[in-house]
Structures are given as C-alpha cells and as structure tokens.
Design a protein around this ligand. Structure first.
Ligand code: ATP
Ligand code: ZN
Length: 283
C-alpha cells in the first residue's frame, strides 16, 4: 500500500502539539526544523511540514492525505476535506472587537462600518447571514492596530486571552466562531486501513489525556459512597488491604471534573489518594 502523507504546521502555535500527538501515537520520526519532509520509521507515513494556511488545500487536492490544522483556517480557505477528529488543542475564538469608547451596541450597528481582518471569508459569511452590509478590509497581520490608526471601526480576529485587545484599547464586541485543531483527510482516503489505525491511536491518546488514574484507601463502611463517585472504565477495582476493615479502590476520573471529584472523595472518607497520568486508553 502507498505511504500516507500527513501535513502539519512547520512552526507556530500548532507545531509542537501536532508533533507531540503523533509521537504519543508511537510514531518514530525526526523533527528537524530544517526539513520539509520526514519519514516515520515504524509506520507507512511521511510528515510534511508546511505553513498552516496551505494545509487544507494540500489535503483537498490529495497532495497530502491527512492534515492537522485549525478549524478557522479550513473555514477561511473553504477547502473540501473530511473532518476526522477534533484534537483538543489550539483552541481560540474569532471575535469582532471595537474601541473601548465605541458607540456600537448591536450587530446591526456594524452596517456601513469598516472592519479590518485577515479572515475576510469567515467574516463575509457571518455578515451575509446577518444581512449586514459592512466594508471588509483585508489586512494580513497586526489587525488590532486598525481602529487606533483610523483604518477601521472594528476588527475581526483571533482572540485567546484578550490581552492584545486590551493593550490596543479594544474590547470584545461579538463572538463569531470558536476553533480548535482538527485532523482532516482528503475525501479519497477515508476508507484506508492505515488511516483507521492512526485514527484509533489518536483517539486512544486523546481519551487517556482526558482522564487520570486514581488509587485511594477507604473504610469498607464508606465504600458504597466512594463507588458512587467513581464510575471507572467499567466499574472500579476494589482490593483488600492488610487492615481488615479497609480496601483500596482503583479507578479513572475525567480531567474536567477532577478537583470536584477529589474533594467529594475526601469528604466521603478517602485517604492516601494517588493520582497518575494514563498514557493510552485502548478502545
Ligand atoms: P504559519 O506560519 O504556519 O502561517 P500563522 O502565523 O498563520 O503560522 P499561528 O499564529 O502559529 O499561525 O497560529 C496557528 C493557528 O493556531 C491559528 O490558525 C489558530 O487555529 C490557532 N490558535 C490558537 N490560539 C491562537 C492565538 N491566540 N492566536 C492565533 N492563533 C491561535
Ligand atoms: Zn498561517
């Protein structure tokens, strides 16, 4: 079977996590900053290192079979690709922002105004849906200085913490799109068995990342209360301790409600709580 190609960002915000997830899938490859292509020694896969903006079209055209890229870039390029898996990193929001002293109040107030952006397609679609006629001014970077220079009344850009907005005298006005990194595939490749294998590995890594392995000791009398808090993969493992009226409980808990769960477990009498990362969960 032919060797698959996956395109990932060469350098920038998505590079490190893209390399990490592939390495966590057990793929062995060199990640030299100077090379544009790297072969995986233990899987029929080549890695292409590209600018993120080029990835959706490369995948659409089948030059790469797979790609890792932000949903925002896919939407902006309009490339026709299959979404295979959200990857839980590179999260950001695309927002319209205005100057702190702006008198714009509702989305309709944007009519006739100038909005600077490097995402004219996503913005244009949004304005269209809302039936608002505004002037979209496309600039390739430093969009946030637009209003201060009198170049635009508003901006449309990626906002993660809001720090850049603040330091440019801007405030968030409207959320338009949220985005994260996704694995995409060309339409021709979805039934390929190597893709299925890779996808299974990626899902195992993601599932493991979202959970922690927990071991704790509990008096038998309080066991039921603790079990109710711990669903486990199937059900928690309970192991007797040398001290007769105590047991050890082994289970997994979701990262997202981790601290709530730990506090409830402590309140239910759990002692000696150990928490460990999980490398993979095979599904
Ligand atoms: P390239 O040189 O590959 O074109 P770039 O400068 O366009 O890189 P980066 O700034 O590295 O891109 O961002 C890549 C992607 O990371 C964005 O398209 C977006 O999906 C995601 N991202 C997550 N958080 C942020 C953020 N705070 N600012 C910008 N992008 C972010
Ligand atoms: Zn880019």
């Amino acid at each position: 079977m032919k060797t698959l190609k996956i395109a990932i960002q060469k350098s920038g915000r998505l590079n490190e996590k893209s390399v990490e997830i592939l390495k966590n899938c057990g793929l062995v490859f060199d990640n030299y900053k100077s090379s544009l292509i790297s072969s995986v020694s233990n899987f029929p896969l080549e890695i292409l290192f590209l600018r993120d903006d080029d990835i959706p079209e490369y995948v659409q055209d089948g030059i790469a079979d797979l790609g890792i890229v932000g949903e925002n870039v896919i939407a902006e390029t309009g490339a026709k690709v299959s979404y295979l898996q959200k990857l839980a990193f590179g999260r950001c929001n695309l927002k319209i922002a205005v100057q702190n002293n702006s008198d714009l109040k509702t989305v309709e107030d944007l009519a006739g105004k100038t909005i600077a952006t490097s995402y004219p397609v996503i913005l244009g679609k949004f304005l269209n849906e809302k039936n608002i006629k505004a002037n979209v001014r496309t600039i390739s970077g430093s969009v946030e200085i637009g209003p201060g220079l009198g170049l635009s009344d508003a901006i449309f850009d990626i906002v993660s913490t809001g720090g850049t907005l603040k330091s440019n005298g801007l405030k968030s006005f409207l959320d338009v799109m949220s985005s994260e990194a996704v694995l995409i595939g060309s339409k021709a490749i979805v039934d390929n068995p190597d893709v299925a294998e890779l996808l299974q590995r990626i899902r195992s890594v993601l599932a493991a990342k979202a959970t922690k392995y927990v071991v704790l000791n509990i008096k038998k009398a309080n066991l039921k209360q603790v079990i109710d808090l711990l669903p486990g993969v199937k059900s928690p493992t309970v192991i007797p301790l040398f001290e007769e009226d105590w047991v050890a409980v082994h289970s997994v808990i979701a990262e997202e409600d981790f601290w709530d769960k730990i506090n409830s477990l402590k309140a239910a009498g759990a002692e000696g709580i150990l928490v460990m990362p999980i490398e993979k969960i095979i599904m």
